[in-house]
Design a protein around this ligand. Structure first.
Ligand code: NAD
Length: 516
């Protein structure tokens, strides 16, 4: 996806709808130039708000405020910084239900799934609370006679985070708890499709005691992004989104001298070996393929069925799809559905377009989600779970990321063919193997060229103290998100060599290169 999907920018918002503002200098700020875009409730199809779209004046104000915030925040003692982190953790935990409702109203995912993303973000906040032990430097006494060498880790300054629509709370939380714990200031540029979670989190930081400016929200589109990428006052960029934009971000920000991590798109395969428990594999394919309507970068989008199990596996997946309930993610008289709508009507058209392509290329549509309609929500952006068998690997529908509730089945004759197919793809975000053969699983983890691997686990998102990131066109740069990579990314190391003069050890004049 890309911002070509976004609603067209307008100059003036109707008076009866709220404008989701920027958060600059610890307060809401309207867009300087008055540009806005529409925000939808995807379950009803109605415009629920307008979001500010930054122009150059907003970008400059946000970065200037963050620079001041950094000067204040970096001087807080470790103990004071830690107490702010803990306060943020407590507030987030106590009020997470409010945030989940905000996410569901603008993204469309079901409430329990919105809560799931918050809990995965909270995990990173909890990791960041322990930053004093993780950012301790090293000290070597007497590296040479009378000389000590030690290293310090210092914050970078103003750090930029640019996030996608599909995890409006979790993806920013992959980065900002660690950036802030390390003493940086953050400017978050959220997706313009679901911008309200960012403002809610900004208020929470203020309540937790973070000084104004240390957490800034800059709403907007390409103008806001380009302003961050090119500003000499922004030291780093952490991006998550589609591959073409990730590559643009990586190249542009690097050219402007910044540290960059840019996580891109995905096409995740699940390899099912003949010895696997097929009921488990079918359950997990359905969970990982259709959860959040497939709008997850770690969703399973291709099932590689190693023959002779394909017919049986496809049958089991089909049976399970028939039991899925599609509806408003906020719930209704019948409780919470299994799956909500897609993010926009344009995206629904795009997903349908890929199903058309697969069909035209000779694939067999086993379950067709095109034309799905939910009673009482006829204008919502719903797309039914779709299962496509025998997808030719030459089809664009196989090769490109669809980012919708579409599971494609490719039948392969052997383990080797499955691994080769995975390794021949452009992406390398996540993959999974389902088997009871430990040797095959071990061979898979050794040979597969993918950053995150599940063994009988379909969505192997690492816990906060490991790091998240793919290979190939799923990650530009060499720093993954959170874990040790996160602390490395958001700090710069200084090494200090020190000697306090002691007349007994004074070496006198020596023009040679220092040796031990
Ligand atoms: P996107 O690339 O359209 O947008 C991401 C961000 O970039 C948004 O903030 C958007 O405003 C900005 N942007 C979009 N077009 C731009 C342009 N031309 N110039 C400058 N900035 C621009 O992605 P999306 O549709 O919001 O999110 C879905 C994509 O994100 C999928 O491809 C998904 O796989 C990917 N994703 C990847 C991961 C991961 O960890 N690898 C995680 C979540 C989502």
């Amino acid at each position: 996806m890309s911002t070509t999907d976004a609603a067209p920018a307008t100059q003036a918002a109707p008076v009866d709808l709220p404008i989701v503002p920027h958060w600059i200098d610890g307060a809401e700020r309207a867009p300087a130039g008055g540009r806005t875009a529409e925000v939808y409730n995807p379950a009803t199809g109605a415009v629920s708000a307008h979001v500010a779209l930054a122009d150059e004046a907003d970008v400059a104000a946000a970065i200037a405020s963050a620079s001041r915030g950094f000067e204040t925040w970096r001087e807080y003692s470790i103990a004071k910084r830690q107490s702010v982190l803990f306060a943020f953790r407590e507030l987030l935990n106590a009020r997470k239900a409010e945030l989940a409702e905000i996410i569901t109203a603008e993204h469309g995912k079901v409430l329990s799934d919105a809560m799931g993303e918050i809990l995965r973000g909270l995990e990173v906040v909890e990791l960041a609370c322990g930053f004093p032990s993780l950012l301790k430097g090293g000290f070597s006494e007497n590296a040479s006679t009378g000389i000590d060498v030690y290293s310090l880790r210092q914050p970078l300054g103003v750090t930029g985070i640019i996030s996608p629509f599909n995890f409006p709370a979790m993806v920013p939380m992959w980065f900002f708890p660690i950036a802030i714990a390390a003493g940086n200031a953050v400017v978050l540029k959220p997706s313009e499709k679901d911008p309200s979670a960012s403002i809610w989190m900004a208020r929470l930081w203020q309540e937790a005691g973070l000084p104004d400016g240390a957490f800034t929200v800059l709403q907007g589109d390409k103008t806001a992004v380009d302003g961050l990428l090119t500003s000499p006052d922004v030291q780093s960029i952490s991006f998550v989104g589609s591959t073409p934009i990730a590559q643009y971000i990586y190249e542009t920000a690097s050219r402007h001298g910044k540290r960059v991590q840019a996580l891109g798109g995905a096409k995740n395969h699940m390899l099912v070996l003949p010895d696997a428990d097929l009921d488990l594999a079918a359950d997990q394919a359905v969970n990982a393929g259709y959860g959040a309507a497939g709008e997850r970068c770690m969703a399973i989008s291709v099932v590689l069925a190693v023959e002779p199990v394909a017919d049986e596996l496809v049958g089991k997946i089909k049976e399970r799809i028939a039991r899925l309930r599609i509806g408003n993610g906020a719930g209704g008289p019948d409780g919470e559905p299994d799956m909500g709508p897609l993010i926009t009507s344009q995206h629904r058209e795009r997903v349908a377009g890929y199903v058309d392509i697969a069909e035209a290329d000779g694939a067999r549509i086993v379950v067709d989600g095109r034309g799905c309609s939910v009673e009482g929500h006829e204008d919502g952006f719903f797309f039914g779970p779709t299962l496509i068998d025998d997808v030719p690997t030459t089809s664009r529908a196989y090769q490109e990321e669809i980012f919708g509730p579409v599971l494609e089945v490719v039948r392969v004759p052997s383990f080797r063919d499955g691994v080769d197919l995975i390794n021949s793809g452009a992406f390398g975000n996540g993959t999974a193997i389902f088997t009871n053969d430990g040797g095959a699983a071990r061979r898979f983890q050794h040979e597969v060229q993918v950053g995150m691997i599940g063994i009988n686990v379909p969505i192997p998102v690492p816990v906060a103290y490991h790091s998240f990131g793919g290979w190939k066109s799923s990650l530009f740069g060499d720093a993954k998100a959170y874990g040790e990579h996160g602390f490395d990314f958001f700090t710069r190391e200084k090494a200090i060599t020190s000697r306090w003069l002691d007349p007994a050890q004074h070496g006198g004049i020596n023009l040679g290169f220092p040796q031990n």
